[in-house]
Design a protein around this ligand. Structure first.
Ligand code: TPP
Ligand code: MG
Length: 333
């Protein structure tokens, strides 16, 4: 797969397109700050950045309502933000603080928020798929017209859990929207080097499920496909598989010399960066100017500064609490 052409399409609705731009920029600036805080050793452990892939999470979230559920991977800061988990508790989680959305016990890879029906943050490759199928089974049994959106990387297709989950979801016609983020690499392994069949939609089709490839660098295309897919899933048509073709601009994690890909390839994909592409489309239509963009950046900067202050001011769990949650607690105790 090549980076393809950079041809931003005219936005259909200016206010909505501006909201999409804002969401993608929030994620980009938030993660740039995370990288900085990681270098300063304020954040420790693993950190996987989503930079370059923002259009996928932002586009898909447009098709979901608060009643729906989201399951993601360890590269999930953008999904959590776009789903409405506040930036402060996300950052506090990365700091290992009690005020974090998982009480500081999960870190970057285990963001969780029941209020937003955000079920992780799953560090095990493919581990989120059976969780999503279980959530969808519960919804189907309760006859709730809900959708569970399950994000995972193309590396997950090598896992047994992927096949088991796809099979059961299709067999039982469960309301899962499978969102495969195909960024071409699983750590340093290119898809074509690990799969005998690298057409991911064909794999999904083998389970009898509708499957479409989508330009994951075009937020409007992602939203359109996700809306169509979510409608089909919600109306009882069973699962749908989207292959979202995207690219991560940064390393796999903070430790990765990136010897497995050419700099020219990275540069070619950066030409398709979804944020400047949408900015350019809005500018071309006279819907965005320097002043609006500066205001947007200032608002986002303020939100992020607030999140940093929140995380910095947070507390570390006392050692006496460390054994809590090893076993479930009696309710009301
Ligand atoms: C079951 C399992 N095997 C191996 C790993 C180590 N590992 C972490 S990330 C990763 C690559 C996954 O790539 P992909 O699914 O394409 O997601 P991406 O990182 O590209 O978003 C691997 C092999 C793991 N976390 N879980
Ligand atoms: Mg990948």
């Amino acid at each position: 797969m090549t980076a393809g052409s950079a041809a931003p399409r005219p936005p259909p609705d200016a206010a909505h397109a501006a909201a999409l731009l804002r969401e993608m920029l929030r994620i980009r600036r938030f993660e740039e700050k995370c990288a900085e805080l990681y270098s300063a050793a304020r954040i420790r452990g693993f950190l996987h950045l989503y930079i370059g892939e923002e259009a996928v999470a932002v586009g898909v979230m447009q098709a979901l309502g608060p009643e729906d559920a989201v399951v993601a991977t360890y590269r999930e800061h953008g999904h959590a933000l776009a789903r409405g988990v506040p930036a402060g508790p996300i950052l506090a989680e990365m700091y290992g603080k009690l005020e974090g959305c998982s009480r500081g016990r999960g870190g970057s890879m285990h963001l969780f928020s029941a209020k937003q029906r955000f079920y992780g943050g799953n560090a095990i490759v493919g581990g989120g798929l059976p969780v999503a199928v279980g959530l969808a089974l519960a919804d189907a049994m309760q006859r709730q017209p809900r959708v569970t959106a399950c994000f995972f990387g193309e590396g997950a297709v090598a896992e047994g859990e992927f096949h088991e989950s796809m099979n059961l979801a299709a067999l039982w016609s469960l309301p899962v929207l499978f969102c495969c983020e195909n960024n071409l690499y699983a750590m340093g392994t290119a898809l074509a080097l690990s799969e005998s069949e690298s057409d991911l939609c064909l794999k999904a089709a083998s389970y009898g499920m509708p499957a479409w490839p989508v330009d994951g660098m075009d937020v409007l295309a992602v939203e359109e496909a996700a809306r169509r897919a979510a409608l089909a899933v919600r109306s009882g048509g069973g699962p749908v598989f989207l292959e979202l073709r995207t690219y991560r601009f940064r390393a796999h994690s903070m430790f990765d010399p990136q010897l497995y890909r050419e700099k020219a390839e990275v540069e070619a994909w950066k030409q398709r960066d979804p944020i400047p592409a949408l900015e350019a489309a809005l500018r071309e239509q006279g819907l965005l100017g320097d002043a609006e963009l500066a205001r947007l950046e200032a608002e986002i900067g303020e939100e992020i500064a607030g999140a940093v202050a929140f995380a910095e001011a947070g507390t570390l769990e006392p050692v006496s609490e460390l054994e809590r949650f090893v076993y479930s607690e009696r309710r009301g105790a």
